[in-house]
Write a protein that binds this ligand. Structure first.
Ligand SMILES: [Zn+2]
Ligand SMILES: [Zn+2]
Length: 187
C-alpha cells in the first residue's frame, strides 16, 4: 500500500521549522526562539490556547545521524471555563517537547512506524502534531477556577461562594409531607 501523502509544508507556516541552516552533521546545533500565533483548536473542549495568541517557541534543533532531534519548551496563555462553576479561567502553560524527525529516505524513515518518529519533508519539520499532543496531555480534562471550587447550588445555580453557609432550599420530599403533618399534630 502506498504511504498516505502528508500535506505539503510551507516554510512560512508559523509551526514549520526550516532546518536549512542546520548542517546535516551529527552534533550540529541551532536554537529557535520565536513567537508565533497559535493555531485554531489548540486544546480541549473547556480549555485551550486561544487562536492567534502568542506562542513562544524555545527550541533546540540537533542534527543526529538519521535526522533532527527537536527539544525545548513551547509556552503560551490558556483560556477556558471552570468545569464546576463556568467562571472564566485565564492561565498559562508551558509544554516540553522532544521529538526525532527522520530525514526523508533515511533508514529510520523507511523502517520506523508512522507514529514512532516524526518525518521531515525536505528540510522542513512540522511541529504542530507534536505540539498538539503535548498541549492536550498537559491540559486538565476538567479545569477548575481553583482547586476547591465548590461549584453552583444545583437548585438555584448561584455560586456557593455567594451564598450564606446555611443556604438551602427547604424542600420537603412529597413522600414525607404527610409524616411532617403528623409530627405537627403531635406537638
Ligand atoms: Zn469554579
Ligand atoms: Zn440554591
Amino acid at each position: 500500500m502506498p504511504k498516505p501523502s502528508p500535506k505539503t509544508l510551507s516554510p512560512r507556516s508559523p509551526l514549520v521549522l526550516d532546518t536549512r541552516e542546520l548542517p546535516r552533521r551529527p552534533g550540529a546545533l541551532r536554537t529557535v526562539e520565536r513567537v508565533v500565533p497559535a493555531p485554531a483548536d489548540l486544546g480541549l473542549e473547556l480549555i485551550g490556547v486561544p487562536e492567534g495568541a502568542d506562542l513562544s517557541l524555545n527550541l533546540r534543533l540537533e542534527s543526529v545521524s538519521e535526522g533532527v532531534l527537536v527539544s525545548g519548551t513551547v509556552s503560551g496563555p490558556i483560556e477556558g471555563e471552570c468545569g464546576r462553576c463556568l467562571r472564566p479561567i485565564r492561565d498559562s502553560l508551558a509544554v516540553k517537547i522532544q521529538e526525532l524527525y527522520a530525514y526523508e529516505n533515511s533508514t529510520t524513515d523507511e523502517t520506523a512506524d508512522e507514529d514512532e518518529v516524526g518525518r521531515m519533508q525536505g528540510d522542513l519539520i512540522d511541529l504542530e502534531p507534536v505540539l498538539r499532543d503535548a498541549v492536550v496531555l498537559t491540559l486538565p480534562t476538567n479545569p477548575l477556577c481553583r482547586d476547591d471550587c465548590p461549584g453552583l447550588c444545583p437548585e438555584c445555580g448561584v455560586h456557593w461562594d455567594e451564598l450564606p453557609a446555611d443556604h438551602s432550599h427547604q424542600q420537603i420530599d412529597p413522600r414525607w409531607a404527610g409524616l411532617s403533618q403528623l409530627t405537627r399534630q403531635e406537638e
